[in-house]
Design a protein around this ligand. Structure first.
Ligand SMILES: [Zn+2]
Length: 356
């Protein structure tokens, strides 16, 4: 529950109490609002910057009850068009998975190296767009910090949304194993990062062990924690920059704290963010729709109310509006303060989001 006291009503209150008169019924001194369910959507940047098209697009999204949009890339006209319709507009960034031309051309040494000694620069794992930067590398950090600083200072960007802020999947969500013809009951060396010189030296300083010489790196708690800490400290440094510029910052994360740690080394419970968007994509984990509630609750309980959770819903796996209702209800029952949608919705599904 939020209690809002406006400046005008405060002034009135003081004035009226000096007059020793009762506050007229028509003037509200306090407004008690029901908690609002936040509804967000990930939105790919578009090359189409035709003002009328953008206006129509965002008008429809606002009419459909969205709170805000997470826009892929720094496309000023999209941000301004969204804001003009009353939507919050945050920039959706690929943080550590970066195939940028500039980085590829100039900084091959920024890329993560797996336990076999192969770099994401020329040996991307699973898919060609998996180009993971090393979070320990100081130059990578300063590049990312500069980027967040510049974006946070733009007046048309309301906030920052970090995606791909993690290591490469050392284990893929189970539903993808077949697609890549893999069995990942253990951490395979070709998907296990990062063993670059910087990481090896930094870990050796902490533990006097070379991670490459560990008998079973997947069982070494210090090595596991070292990597959680690399991402956590990066996120918290980026958060401090956004906050300094008075911009909220959030992240898309793997669905529950244990899954996020095990699959991608994200310890998101330790991140200083303003919102967390766990991607509770049930079908990726071969779960029923009811799992959305359980997964959401797990994160909410671990965070102990410190940070609002908005459950991410993957629309390609939502068959119809009734399933969407189950997903949204489940997220809210699990303690989410809202939802975020990925993918396209039918008009019937939009009606459900709007609450019609
Ligand atoms: Zn490294």
């Amino acid at each position: 529950m939020k209690i809002k006291i406006t400046t005008t009503s405060l002034i009135l209150l003081v004035f009226l109490s000096c007059q020793n008169k009762q506050v007229p019924k028509s003037i509200k001194t306090t407004t008690i609002e029901a908690p609002e369910i936040e509804k967000w959507m990930w939105l790919h940047g578009t090359a189409d910057t035709e003002a009328a098209t953008l206006k129509a697009q965002f008008k429809t999204l606002a009419k459909n009850g969205l709170t805000g949009v997470l826009i892929g890339g720094d496309n000023e006209s999209m941000f301004r068009a969204a804001k003009a319709e009353g939507l919050q507009a945050h920039i959706w960034l690929w943080t550590l998975n970066r195939g940028d031309e500039y980085i590829m051309k100039n900084h091959a040494d920024w890329y993560s190296i797996n336990r076999n000694g192969e770099s994401c620069f020329d040996n991307p794992p699973y898919v060609s767009y998996y180009r993971w930067l090393c979070p320990t590398n100081k130059e990578v950090r300063s590049f990312l910090k500069d980027e967040i600083r510049k974006l946070s200072q733009k007046d048309y960007i309301d906030g920052i949304h970090l995606d791909y802020v993690r290591y490469c999947d050392v284990i893929l969500p189970v539903a993808l194993w077949e697609k890549y013809n893999l069995i990942q009951n253990e951490e395979l060396p070709e998907f296990d990062y990062c063993y670059c010189e910087t990481c090896r030296a930094a870990f050796q300083k902490e533990s006097s062990n070379d991670p490459l010489k560990l008998a079973d790196p997947s069982a070494d708690t210090s090595w596991i924690n070292f990597r959680y800490q690399q991402v956590t400290s990066l996120v918290n440094e980026l958060a401090a920059i956004a906050h300094k510029n008075e911009k909220p910052i959030s992240a898309a994360v793997f669905p529950t704290p244990p899954i996020a740690k095990k699959l991608v080394r994200q310890d998101w419970i330790s991140w200083n963010l303003d919102r967390i968007f766990p991607m509770v994509y049930h079908a990726f984990y071969e779960k029923e729709i009811s799992w959305i509630e359980d997964a959401t609750r797990e994160g909410v309980n671990k965070l102990e109310g410190r940070i609002p959770i908005l459950s991410g819903i993957y629309m390609p796996d939502i068959e119809n509006e009734l399933v969407l209702k189950e997903a949204i209800d489940g997220a809210l029952k699990g303690g989410a303060t809202g939802i975020s949608l990925f993918g396209k919705l039918t008009s019937e599904q939009w009606k459900m989001v709007k609450g019609e």
